[in-house]
Design a protein around this ligand. Structure first.
Ligand code: UDX
Length: 473
């Protein structure tokens, strides 16, 4: 046996408690395990509880990695408390929750990591955390561990937060009322308009907690040993290149599609719509979803609802509980579900990748969450963009202005049913749709090629694994 071949790096991975972060994180765990790493994967207890409910299993029995382990991967699964009772409503009290997560949670993680690494079975531990957590690098330093920061959104968004102090110094943050400005000095970003920058970088009230969390996190990410990005070199080449001048960055996306990936990660029960979709002609159905987290107004829902009906295009719409306000399950206009008959299907939650992969899907009306964006690109499905908040306006710029695989539903947030109907109609049937489909097919190929063993993300991941092993030894 060659010297050192018995060594097995051991990743301790602690996941951010949101669906849009859980999905890429679990896939990263599977990917690392497929490189013969040992993984200790940690969910917060309340997430474990939600998953158990969604998958109808006894809380103590559920283990998302059992199947992966049976196929020979070394993944251990455990949970830790965030300090709140299971029934505390973290959505309704998001502000209070994140205040505590910023200050008290790192102490818990510190203790937790300390205990794990004292275990005899941990040989070469390293810490992997979501970039949005500010504690990864300091805790890794305390225990003399290598730290890996995983950024689950586009490199453009990373770069804008990374350079937000420069934006502030130049007077571009906070945004000036009713004034849009073009910015062309962010390294690796040719040009960006202030309207396309994440609103949380500017917002004073609600956004301040997000802004504070991210500004702390981005101070710490500068000390990370490695930064992984769920994106593709070919699509964000200049931005990644510029970031590489500061620290080692690896574009390893799209991460949500590993071969070993059959574990359902949904926090809610998935409704099956395969039968309905299979009865529809190719490219005829519009899929509508605004992800797992953001909220919009009842009025927007109503305009979209009637816009869909007026367009006469067939649709599947995920109307998630909480999309308007938590606890309000009655968000669609009265009688709407009776009116749609066979034209559409309303679901509370679905297996999105399965839906987007169905040949009947011809388009995706999306809020531009990064996972939805990259899943749509993976399936070659063009998008109609209705960004709501967070990184979504910035993702819209990439989708519509840079990659030309989507159109905007409207300027700003205000929607009108007649215009929605016109947009949807021409998007699904007109000449614009042909050029969008053409570009979407090219981007799909780019993503597929990137994941090949000798593709850019395949090579980047191998390079990361080699660099990491070198640092660990
Ligand atoms: C959040 C932020 O809102 C988003 O802006 C950021 O880019 C990531 O974190 P979310 O709003 O949930 O995410 O959107 P998105 O990133 O698109 O993630 C949603 C995930 O839920 C996707 O992986 C999607 O496949 C999945 N999903 C969504 C389902 O499995 N079923 C559904 O019915 C809807």
């Amino acid at each position: 046996m060659a010297e050192g071949s018995h060594r097995k790096p051991h990743a301790i991975m602690i996941c951010l408690p949101y669906q849009g972060h859980i999905n890429p994180f679990i896939n990263l765990a599977l990917k690392l395990a497929s490189k013969r790493f040992t993984i200790t994967f940690v969910h917060l207890e309340f997430i474990h509880h939600k998953l158990s409910k969604a998958h109808n299993s006894n809380t103590s029995e559920v283990d998302f990695f059992r199947e992966a382990r049976e196929s020979g991967l070394d993944i251990r699964y455990t949970t830790m408390s965030d300090g709140f009772p299971l029934d505390f409503d973290r959505d309704v009290h998001m502000w209070e929750y994140w205040e505590t997560m910023l200050h008290d949670f790192p102490v818990r993680v510190d203790e937790f990591v300390g205990k794990i690494i004292q275990s005899d079975q941990i040989l070469e531990p390293f810490l992997v955390a979501d970039t949005s957590y500010a504690w990864c690098a300091p805790i890794a330093k305390k225990y003399n561990l290598v730290s890996v920061s995983f950024w689950t959104e586009p490199a453009l968004v990373f770069s804008l937060i990374y350079h937000s102090e420069v934006l502030r110094k130049n007077g571009h943050l906070p945004f000036k009322d009713n004034m849009e400005e073009e910015i062309n000095y962010v390294p690796g970003v040719q040009s960006i308009n202030t309207r396309d920058i994440m609103p949380y970088l500017s917002e004073a009230e609600w956004g301040s907690i997000v802004q504070r969390a991210l500004s702390l996190a981005f101070e710490e990410v500068k000390k990370a040993d490695f930064i992984l990005h769920n994106t593709v070199h070919e699509l964000e080449y200049d931005t990644l290149l510029a970031l590489n001048k500061y620290q080692p960055n690896y574009a390893i996306g799209p991460i949500n599609f590993s071969a070993t990936n059959t574990i359902s990660k949904s926090l809610w029960l998935e409704s099956d719509c395969t039968h309905w979709l299979d009865s529809k002609s190719p490219g005829s159905v519009l899929y509508v979803s605004f992800g797992s987290l953001v909220q919009t107004s009842k009025q927007v829902i109503e305009e979209i609802a009637y816009g869909l009906l007026l367009s006469e295009v067939k649709f599947i719409w995920v109307v998630r509980a909480g999309i308007v306000s938590y606890g309000d399950t009655n968000v669609l206009p009265d009688g709407f579900e009776d009116e749609i008959k066979d034209k559409g299907l309303i679901l509370p939650w679905c297996n999105q990748i399965a839906v987007l992969s169905n040949p009947a899907i011809g388009g995706f009306l999306t809020h531009c969450g990064w996972n939805s964006t990259i899943e749509s690109m993976w399936c070659g499905v063009p998008m109609i963009c209705y960004p709501i908040t967070y990184d979504q306006p910035t993702n819209r710029k990439l989708i519509v202005d840079d990659w030309k695989i989507g159109i905007s539903l409207c300027d700003g947030k205000s929607v009108d049913r007649t215009k929605v109907a016109e947009k949807i109609k021409s998007f699904m049937a007109g000449t614009t749709s042909k050029s969008l489909k053409h570009e979407a097919t090219k981007v799909k190929k780019t993503l597929q090629n990137a994941l090949e063993v000798d593709g850019s993300s395949g090579r980047s991941f191998d390079q990361f694994v080699n660099d990491l092993k070198e640092k660990l030894h």
